[in-house]
Design a protein around this ligand. Structure first.
Ligand SMILES: Cc1cc2nc3c(=O)[nH]c(=O)nc-3n(C[C@H](O)[C@H](O)[C@H](O)COP(=O)(O)OP(=O)(O)OC[C@H]3O[C@@H](n4cnc5c(N)ncnc54)[C@H](O)[C@@H]3O)c2cc1C
Length: 304
């Protein structure tokens, strides 16, 4: 029996664990991946907005987090897959069959990139699907590429690719791009960028690797094919709540609803970080929410 089991070892889960440990709680973190850090592994841009620390990218910031985690005494199990969780009774069953119990559970499972769900999207991972403009643009230098999405992330990536690619085609299903104005102005100044609004990418085509995409412009028009060597998809994220969605209140997009104490509608079940924060998903808000949850849990347990 642990005081607290935290599901997810990203910034939110680690901060919660760090605080729980400092407050004397017996704490266990369960992380499904090989490594802790969550989305920090996908941050290739400099992080200049985390107060007190600057980092060239997510992995560099993670090194600082890891140093603190190593000096703390909470238990951390990576590569741990959870088969089921009963939030009411606080009973978890791992894929290994092991059963775990705790007084409090903290959901810190973050978000994952939303998939387009078109043929070729999974098949061509590592064969023309671009993970990140910042990381991969040299690999696609000199080649035509397509970017899907209309928000900041899509437009920022299109801008990065436009520095090295002869053509960048941005496909967005809405009428207008949603990205911030400065990004859109920069995009408009790039002659190599074509923007198709009210359009959808319907298929990624190729033999051994991406060779073309199929695009449908406006409803009713016939789709056409465009030869490209790379495709980058940035159409938002979705919360990782599959494990417990039926047991806890979520909003219409699946984000866990919490009180200002970070508690869900199930007593002693908390949610922190991006999984419960659709409005301001940042490293600072994630670590802050972790501190709040830990302090609330400690005060409840000490009051018993
Ligand atoms: C490209 C990019 C750039 C960014 N730049 C910035 C920036 O400059 N500044 C900033 O503040 N923020 C930035 N962010 C956002 C920031 O990374 C996130 O807000 C932050 O990582 C959220 O932390 P989290 O712990 O809530 O979730 P995550 O980082 O998503 O971590 C969740 C963890 O939970 C694990 N998990 C999920 N499901 C399970 C399960 N069932 N069992 C066990 N473990 C599970 C995952 O494997 C993961 O390790 C950026 C994000 C991206 C993608």
């Amino acid at each position: 029996m642990h005081d607290v089991i935290i599901i997810g070892g990203g910034p939110a889960g680690l901060s919660t664990a760090f605080w729980c440990d400092e407050l004397g709680l017996d704490t266990l973190v369960l992380e499904q991946s090989e490594q802790i850090g969550g989305q920090l592994h996908r941050v290739y841009n400099p992080i200049n907005n985390y107060l007190g620390l600057k980092a060239r990218n997510g992995p560099e910031l993670l090194e600082h987090f890891t140093a603190d985690v190593d000096s703390a005494e909470f238990d951390l199990w990576t590569q741990t897959s959870i088969s089921s969780v009963d939030l009411k009774t606080k009973r978890l069953v791992l894929a290994s069959g092991e059963e775990l119990h705790s007084i409090a559970i903290v959901i810190a499972t973050g978000v994952r990139p939303r998939e387009l769900g078109v043929p070729g999207e999974k098949e061509f991972i590592g064969k023309g699907m671009i993970g990140s403009g910042a990381r991969d643009r040299e690999l696609f230098a000199g080649h035509d590429v397509c970017v899907v999405g209309g928000g900041d992330a899509a437009v920022e990536n299109a801008l990065l690719l436009a520095e090295v690619c002869p053509t960048v085609t941005l496909v967005h299903r809405g009428k207008k791009l949603r990205a911030r104005r400065e990004f859109i102005e920069q995009l408009q100044a790039k002659h190599c960028v074509t923007v198709f609004t009210e359009s959808v990418l319907t298929r990624i085509i190729g033999n051994d690797r991406v060779e073309a995409v199929e695009i449908q412009r406006k409803q009713g028009l016939k789709p056409f094919q465009l030869a490209v060597r790379g495709v980058l998809i940035r159409i938002g994220v979705e919360p990782n709540t599959d494990l417990f969605r039926a047991q806890v209140e979520t909003d219409e997009r699946g984000y866990v609803v919490v009180t200002r104490e970070q508690e869900t509608n199930v007593p002693m079940v908390f949610a922190v970080g991006d999984v419960s924060n659709p409005l301001a998903p940042t490293i600072s808000s994630s670590t802050g929410a972790g501190a709040t949850a830990a302090k609330v849990i400690a005060s409840r347990l000490n009051a018993k």
